[in-house]
Write a protein that binds this ligand. Structure first.
Ligand code: NDP
Length: 316
C-alpha cells in the first residue's frame, strides 16, 4: 500500500481527466491522476474519431487517448493505473482509497470518472462493438454515408441520433420496444417528417448479424413483442441509444447528485457541492457526451482548482 499526496488529485483518464492533468501540471501543482478501471475511458472503444480538432486524418479513439496520456505524462502528471473504490470528502485533504489498497490524498479533487453508455447485453452486440455497433452517432455516423442504419431506443438521444444519421445514411430505422416515444414532441415531429426514417414499434433487437473476417455488421434480427414475429433487417450499422449511467456510485453519500445520478455543478463552473471538489466531463453533463467538450471542462476544472488553491494560500 502506498500513500500519494498532491494539491490536485484527478480521478479518471478520459479527455476530461487528462486535460485537467495537463493544465494542473503546467500550473505547477504536481497532479496525481488515477486512471480508473477503463484506462483512457469510453473513447478507447470507439473506432475512428473524425471530429476531434487537430487530426485532419481520422485517429482511432485508442490512439487519441494514448496521445493524451503521453502528453499528460510528459508535462509531469503522475499517472497511477488503479481504481478508486471509496472516498472520504468529509474533510480536507480529501481521501480516496483504491482497489490496490493505495491511499490518495488531495487538497483538491477533480472528478472526471465519466458516464458509461448502456448496452442491450446481447453477446453479438459485444462482438461487433466498434465494428458496426456503436453508442454514438455523432462520433461514428459519418462512416455510414449512403448506407443502411438502425437506432435502438425511444428517448431524446435515440431520436437525435436517428435525425443526425439521416443526414448521411441511405436509411435509418428506429427500433423501439414500445408504441410511444419518450422523446420530446418537437424531436418526434422532426423524426416523423423525415422521409429517410421509419420506426419499428413494439420491437426489440434479438441478435446482430455480420461477417467474421473482417468483422462487420450486415443485419439485425428484430422481434415484434406484440405479434411475437421476428424478421431480419439488413443494415450496415446499429446504434444503441438507450441511455447512459454516470460513474458516480462511490460519491453517492458525499456529494450532491441529480436524481439521475450526475454530479451537480454550479452552472458555467466545475464547482460541486463541496468547496475544493470539482467535476468535469460526462460525469456532470447529462446532455452532450463529446470528447472535445469533456476536454474543455477538464481545463476549466483545473483552472478553478488552481484558483481555489491560490485563494487558500493568500487567505490570512
Ligand atoms: P432516456 O432514458 O430518455 O431514454 C432511453 C430510451 O431507451 C427509452 O426510450 C427506453 O425505452 C429505451 N430503453 C431503455 N432500456 C432499454 C432496453 N434494454 N432495450 C430497449 N430499449 C431500452 O435516455 P436518453 O439517452 O435518450 O436521454 C437521457 C437524458 O438526456 C434524458 O433526460 C433526455 O431528455 C436528455 N437528453 C436531452 C437532449 C436534448 O435536450 N436535446 C438530447 C439527448 C438527451 P422506454 O421509453 O420504453 O423506457
Amino acid at each position: 500500500m502506498a500513500e500519494y499526496k498532491t494539491p490536485v488529485l484527478i480521478l479518471g483518464s478520459g479527455p476530461a481527466g487528462y486535460t485537467a492533468g495537463i493544465y494542473a501540471a503546467r500550473a505547477g501543482h504536481k497532479p496525481v491522476l488515477v486512471s480508473g478501471g477503463q484506462i483512457g475511458g469510453q473513447l478507447t472503444i470507439t473506432a475512428d474519431v473524425e471530429n476531434y480538432p487537430g487530426f485532419p486524418e481520422a485517429v482511432t479513439g485508442a490512439e487519441l487517448m494514448h496521445r493524451m496520456r503521453l502528453q499528460a505524462h510528459n508535462v509531469g502528471v503522475e499517472i497511477i493505473d488503479d481504481n478508486i473504490v471509496e472516498v472520504d470528502f468529509s474533510r480536507s485533504p480529501f481521501e480516496c482509497s483504491s482497489e490496490n489498497h493505495n491511499l490518495f490524498c488531495g487538497q483538491t479533487v477533480i472528478i472526471a470518472t465519466g458516464a458509461s453508455a448502456r448496452w442491450l447485453g446481447l453477446p453479438s452486440e459485444e462482438k461487433f462493438r466498434g465494428f458496426g455497433v456503436s453508442s454514438c452517432a455523432t462520433c461514428d455516423g459519418f462512416f455510414y454515408r449512403g448506407r443502411h442504419t438502425a437506432v435502438v431506443g425511444g428517448g431524446n438521444n435515440a431520436v437525435e441520433e436517428a435525425l443526425y444519421l439521416a443526414n448521411f445514411a441511405a436509411s435509418v430505422t428506429l427500433i423501439h420496444r414500445r408504441d410511444k416515444l419518450r422523446a420530446e414532441k418537437t424531436l418526434q415531429d422532426r423524426l416523423f417528417s423525415n422521409p429517410k426514417i421509419k420506426v419499428e414499434w413494439d420491437t426489440v433487437a434479438e441478435e446482430i448479424l455480420g461477417t467474421e473476417n473482417p468483422l462487420s455488421v450486415t443485419g439485425v434480427k428484430i422481434k415484434n413483442v406484440k405479434t411475437d414475429r421476428s424478421k431480419l433487417l439488413k443494415i450496415d450499422g446499429l446504434f444503441i441509444a438507450i441511455g447512459h449511467h454516470p460513474n458516480t456510485d462511490i460519491f453517492k453519500d458525499q456529494l450532491e447528485l441529480s436524481p439521475d445520478g450526475y454530479i451537480v455543478t454550479t452552472p458555467g463552473s466545475s464547482r460541486t457541492s463541496i468547496p475544493g471538489i470539482f467535476a468535469a466531463g460526462d460525469v456532470q453533463s447529462r446532455h452532450f457526451h463529446q470528447a472535445v467538450l469533456a476536454a474543455g471542462s477538464g481545463c476549466l476544472a483545473a483552472l478553478e482548482a488552481d484558483r481555489y488553491l491560490n485563494d487558500k494560500t493568500e487567505a490570512p
